[in-house]
Ligand binder design. Structure first.
Ligand SMILES: [Zn+2]
Length: 433
């Protein structure tokens, strides 16, 4: 239709009757596996969740060249051909899977944050303009669990538990329009929001904006691929009955949309979400390093998990066709289903970790109290990943420590030096007390 200006009916008729040969990029084995698993209720069975509580589900698997290797747009037995497809046709919210793409990626790139930058876990905006005008305290956004940390928290902790407050603050710092620009021009999320008026922190930082599952799966390439993005591709060529190429889709538009150092730090951050006690722990695969991000849309109408392995990116979405709220009992089922499918898809592949360009990144210990590079004086330390050209300062814990006269260890006698032996003292200490 786009290439030749055909009307939809005419294009459909040509497709059905002209003897076209369509060369897809689908991996037939993978597609068969995905369809078999989505037809099997056991893939989605979960704890005490009732079968009827499990919503519709869709999943897309891409390689790191943007090829859509397998996709399925519904679970259970297939009942219609060319029916509504939740993977390709549905435009539904990103939920928190948007945060690493729209907020943390650009914020790390622009050096607004490091792995351990401390930020306040508190609302900074107003849901209703009237409350702002009335001088009421900010009330937006709330966190998923309706709780706020008392003390400032590190960026990595905010990512791990998917805080809403901190991405919204970062979105406001960068400007929602800048974020929108990055998402539409670099990551090709077209028609993400209905109008410019919708470009705000709810859509850009918290994932209220809509996307197709294919676009979302393709965007996650950047976290396992040194920041490179290729537009998703379903076919390579269409030939007519005489073998003439009528659509050529063989070339790719691969571009580096995040610098390698930023992409590496994000890969490690998303590793923490799955492997470091974060919200995606259930996705961890047995032999293939797994990184990713969970997502839930407003009122729990959509549950998502977007993940990367060294071989593929894959996103699963749960959502009822009538867009009703998903039962609490299902929470986590989608992540477990993602894992079951990926274990099956990767069977036979060599165990692997990500092989990324880490040359611009340093692994350093940080002080958990200050978020700055740790010194020997810091009471608690953790390891973080930092861009070499944007390391935090050293923590000043030693300067803050108690003055000398209050230091109980200061006046303790020094242990005898081995170069100054005192045999008499030793004799007197031979245990007569
Ligand atoms: Zn310290």
């Amino acid at each position: 239709m786009k290439e030749y200006g055909y009307k939809k009916d005419f294009a459909e008729q040509k497709l059905m009757t002209s003897g076209y040969r369509i060369y897809t990029v689908m991996d037939v084995t993978m597609q068969t596996t995905l369809e078999r698993m989505f037809a099997d209720p056991a893939t989605f069975a979960y704890g005490s969740a009732k079968e009827e509580d499990i919503p519709q589900a869709a999943m897309v698997i891409c390689d790191y060249e943007g090829n859509v290797l397998a996709l399925v747009g519904g679970r259970g037995e297939k009942t219609t051909s060319r029916g509504f497809n939740l993977a390709t046709q549905a435009k539904r919210p990103f939920g928190s899977t948007i945060k690493p793409l729209s907020i943390y990626g650009p914020a790390f790139e622009k050096d607004l944050i490091t792995w351990s930058t401390l930020m306040e876990d508190k609302p900074t905006l107003w849901k209703d303009k009237k409350d702002e005008l009335a001088g009421n305290p900010p009330d937006y956004p709330n966190n998923y669990n309706h709780r706020f940390e008392e003390n400032p928290m590190t960026i990595i902790d905010a990512i791990k538990v998917s805080k809403n407050t901190i991405p919204v603050q970062l979105c406001e710092l960068m400007g929602p329009e800048t974020v929108y620009e990055f998402m539409t021009t670099k990551l090709h999320f077209s028609n993400m929001v209905a109008s410019a008026a919708d470009i705000g922190s709810h859509s850009m930082a918290l994932g209220g904006a809509d996307t197709t599952l294919i676009d979302l799966t393709a965007a996650y390439q950047i976290f396992g691929n040194n920041g490179y993005y290729t537009s998703p591709k379903l076919y390579s060529q269409v030939l007519d009955a005489e073998g003439k190429v009528i659509l050529d889709n063989t070339s790719s538009d691969t571009k580096q949309v995040l610098p390698a150092d930023t992409a590496y730090v994000l890969n490690r951050a998303l590793w923490q979400v799955v492997n470091g006690g974060g919200s995606g722990a259930r996705a961890k695969l047995s032999q293939w390093e797994t990184v990713g991000k969970t997502g839930t849309s407003d009122d729990r109408k959509d549950l998502l998990f977007a993940g990367c392995t060294p071989y593929y990116t894959a996103v699963i979405r749960y959502g009822h066709n009538d867009n009703t709220v998903i039962s609490n009992s299902v929470e986590g089922s989608h992540i477990q289903a993602w894992k079951k499918v990926m274990e099956e898809i990767l069977k036979g592949k060599n165990p692997a970790t990500f092989d990324l360009d880490s040359s611009g990144v340093e692994q350093r210990e940080y002080c958990t109290e200050s978020g700055l590079l740790a010194t020997s004086q810091c009471p608690a330390k953790l390891t973080g990943y930092y861009k070499k050209d944007f390391l935090p300062e050293y923590c000043s814990h030693e300067n803050l420590s108690a003055p000398e006269e209050d230091d109980p260890f200061e006046d303790d006698p020094q242990p005898p030096s081995s170069s100054d032996p005192s045999p008499w003292d030793d004799d007197e200490d031979l245990g007569f007390e």
